[in-house]
Design a binder for this molecule. Structure first.
Ligand SMILES: [Fe+2]
Ligand SMILES: [Fe+2]
Length: 318
């Protein structure tokens, strides 16, 4: 398979430091220092009382799942604005859901560790970051006047098994998929002057703090895969692909469509068949798929799942 390789110098540095000490103490030490220097408290670093600008969108129109479809063409400007707001908040809701699963994973890792190590202290620091993020996303959704979405009920129930069926490389690889797909969308929104200032500020904070989490998780994946047997590597590959599929499918809750009078099942079907939306997902996952491919996570039976998730392009018929 041939996804582009985009390994940032910081990741290479993180990885070599991580490997050199057999499990991440140097990485954790560096990240703890970084967190001490620069962390945000959204309760005070965001002006929650600032009036919303009715002219600004919540996400660029070309990032809305129905963009380019006949259903989209039939919506008026107000409905397009409303759908964009619901979808932006739905993605934030998916972030809250997955941050909760990540916190469970980190606390399990902390439970098994010596609390005095930097690695264990980093786990707690990341939990603290994610607590603030989930509060921030939820509060933004409330300010937007949108329901708190999240995964559909069966995915919410099934994902209680997340921290049982994934650990080590598959846990951190799926965390990376969630974090980096959101990251690419959020960076674009944060830099777009036509996006609601509240949304831009929320995304700026998230992007900055997530950079630390990504460094840690990338090192966990690379080191973890190197230590596994062949059958174990195959398990982690498949588990990563399946969980990543659920993450991507949970970004847009079907109920967002009913906010603009579209039957949820129809809206979802049209979105999933929309080449523009499929390409958006591939673009959002491009960086992380490049890394996971390099780490040996994207091959075998899971490849078909990555394609169904739209994170890999469909096989050409030529
Ligand atoms: Fe986060
Ligand atoms: Fe994170």
């Amino acid at each position: 398979m041939s996804t582009p390789t985009t390994t940032a110098p910081e990741d290479r540095q993180a990885r070599s430091a991580h490997s050199a000490n057999g499990g991440g103490t140097d990485v954790s030490t560096r990240l703890l220092r970084s967190a001490a220097k620069k962390s945000y408290d959204p309760a005070v670093d965001i002006d929650w009382d600032a009036p919303l600008d009715p002219q600004k969108s919540w996400t660029p129109e070309h990032r809305v799942s129905l963009y380019g479809t006949p259903l989209w063409d039939a919506l008026d400007a107000d409905q397009r604005h409303e759908l964009a707001k619901h979808e932006a908040c739905s993605i934030a809701g998916a972030g809250v859901w997955f941050e909760t699963l990540l916190m469970q994973r980190l606390l399990k890792d902390f439970y098994d560790a010596d609390p005095a190590t930097d690695r264990a202290q980093w786990a707690l620091t990341e939990v603290a970051d994610e607590c603030r993020h989930s509060q921030m996303f939820t509060r933004m959704t409330q300010v937007a006047g949108v329901p708190t979405y999240g995964p559909v009920p069966w995915v919410r129930r099934l994902s209680k098994l997340y921290s049982v069926v994934t650990w080590g490389p598959s846990a951190y690889a799926t965390i990376l998929v969630a974090e980096e797909v959101l990251d690419r969308l959020q960076r674009e929104q944060a830099e777009d002057p036509d996006v609601q200032p509240l949304m831009r500020q929320v995304n700026k904070i998230h992007v900055m703090e997530e950079a630390r989490h990504v460094s840690f998780a990338r090192a966990e994946v690379t080191d973890g895969m190197a230590r596994l047997s062949r059958p174990a590597r195959a398990y982690h590959r498949l588990a990563t692909a399946l969980v990543s599929f659920l993450i991507v499918r949970s970004l847009i809750h079907p109920e967002v469509y009913s906010a603009v009078g579209i039957e949820p099942g129809r809206g979802r079907r049209e979105a999933l068949a929309n080449p523009h939306y499929r390409e958006m997902i591939r673009w959002a996952g491009e960086k992380i798929l490049g890394f996971l491919d390099e780490a040996g996570m994207v091959k075998g039976p899971g490849t078909a799942v990555w394609r169904r998730a739209f994170l890999l392009p469909r096989r050409s018929r030529a």
